[in-house]
Design a protein around this ligand. Structure first.
Ligand SMILES: Nc1nc2c(ncn2[C@@H]2O[C@H](COP(=O)(O)OP(=O)(O)OP(=O)(O)O)[C@@H](O)[C@H]2O)c(=O)[nH]1
Ligand SMILES: C[S@@+](CC[C@H](N)C(=O)[O-])C[C@H]1O[C@@H](n2cnc3c(N)ncnc32)[C@H](O)[C@@H]1O
Ligand code: SF4
Ligand code: SF4
Length: 335
């Protein structure tokens, strides 16, 4: 397994298969790929099936043992099952999706080798959901969760972004996963670094404190040092798990970051929040190997190294002022 200069082993890759999406969530950072708006049909710049598979084989050779497929909406790729099927056996395969295309396709993905799925659902309220995602697909998402459970993907992780408009729904989402076997909840701190609107953020420590009071036990996950809270139902018969993803301004989170990302158009990046280190994987496996090694060698923790805390808040360190990217940063437009 390769390690970076900060002793962080790279055990996982996150592959964005497309920057397209059928939703337009108000908070979306799109994994650093710019806006998801635009045509839904497949685009020429997207990596072909073979190139994704070549890359995964190279990553596996370099000791990477897990892959997460994401996007945009990864199920907009018609070849997703083929990609999962052709992923090297030694890699654990998971997916993050908005869930809308899982009905009818979840079983095919499981048969191909999919082991886990995270489905985004920010509220149990239809209207709030529509406002947040700019879509009317609430029922379809619930069907997607059901399809995933039925296909054998339990426990399914529900991803919920916690910010001003959703914070009030946290207690009922926690109850929802306690009551429903087969579900887990992942509360993701709203990240304004790429998406803007820092005023939407809430103090995630308040959520930690609230869960600490409710939980019977707490575990720390090696990845990002994330905390997992185990919450029992009132009658003690059932238990739900709630994980908090709290990367913003969190040096410990970054110090335990073990993932490299691949963009839909074939660039490696060492950090979700960076857009100035995009390195092309090229066409051949030997180029891909070199690019992967170079990206690992130059990746740095975002908070605490790339960004340093000053009296005025977090600022980019002088040493990283000049970007080292092979292509221009992806663009976001303000709403
Ligand atoms: N800043 C930062 N945010 C991350 C990182 N990993 C996950 N996140 C945030 O958490 C969101 C959801 O992540 P998922 O794609 O569902 O997967 P995950 O929780 O990281 O992975 P698993 O728990 O292994 O399924 C991401 O879109 C980010 O907003 C990371 O390395 N850095
Ligand atoms: C970018 S989406 C891509 C996969 C898929 N379209 C989905 O929504 O699950 C991956 C995850 O990022 C989360 N996310 C998007 N923008 C975010 C932000 N600004 N802060 C925190 N999480 C965010 C989403 O809620 C989702 O769970
Ligand atoms: S569904 Fe995912 S990729 Fe699409 S807009 Fe929402 S968070 Fe972004
Ligand atoms: S270095 Fe920090 S911000 Fe960047 S991807 Fe890793 S955990 Fe996220």
């Amino acid at each position: 397994m390769l390690s970076d200069e900060f002793g962080r082993e790279v055990s996982g890759v996150r592959v964005s298969l497309t920057d397209r999406c059928n939703f337009d969530c108000v908070y979306c950072h799109n994994e650093g790929l710019g806006d998801t708006r635009g045509p839904l049909a497949a685009q020429d710049d997207e990596l072909s099936t073979d190139r994704v598979v070549d890359f995964l084989e190279v990553a596996a050779d370099l000791g990477v043992d897990s892959v997460k497929f994401t996007g945009g909406e990864p199920l907009l790729r018609e070849d997703l099952a083929e990609i999962v099927e052709r992923t090297p056996d030694e890699m654990a395969v998971s997916l993050t999706t908005n869930g809308t295309y899982l009905p009818g396709r979840a079983s095919e993905l499981v048969d191909a080798g999919l082991e886990r799925v995270n489905i985004s659902q920010d509220a149990l309220d239809r209207e709030a959901f529509a406002e947040l995602t700019q879509s009317g697909a609430y029922d379809r998402v619930l069907e997607g969760v059901e399809a995933a459970v039925d296909a054998g993907l339990a426990p399914v992780k529900i991803n919920m972004v916690v910010f001003e408009p959703t914070a009030g729904y946290v207690p009922e989402m926690v109850d929802h996963v306690v009551e429903n076997e087969g579900l887990r909840l992942q509360l993701i701190e709203y990240m304004p670094e790429l998406a803007g609107h820092p005023e939407w953020a809430i103090d995630i420590d308040r959520v930690h404190d609230w869960l600490s009071e409710r939980a019977d036990r707490i575990e720390h996950r090696q990845m990002h040092d994330r905390r997992r809270y185990f919450v029992a139902s009132d009658d003690g018969d059932r238990e739900g798990m709630v994980e908090i993803v709290d990367p913003v301004g969190n040096e410990t989170f970054c110090a335990n970051c073990h993932r490299v990302r691949l963009t839909h158009d074939g660039y490696l990046k060492g950090c979700l929040n960076r857009n100035d280190d995009l390195r092309s994987i090229g066409e051949t496996k030997s180029r891909m190997r070199d690019a992967f090694r170079a990206t690992v060698a130059s990746r740095v923790p975002y908070y605490g190294e790339y960004m340093v805390e000053t009296e005025d808040g977090w600022e980019r360190d002088e040493r990283y002022r000049d970007g080292e990217g092979d292509r221009a940063p992806y663009a976001y437009t303000e709403d």
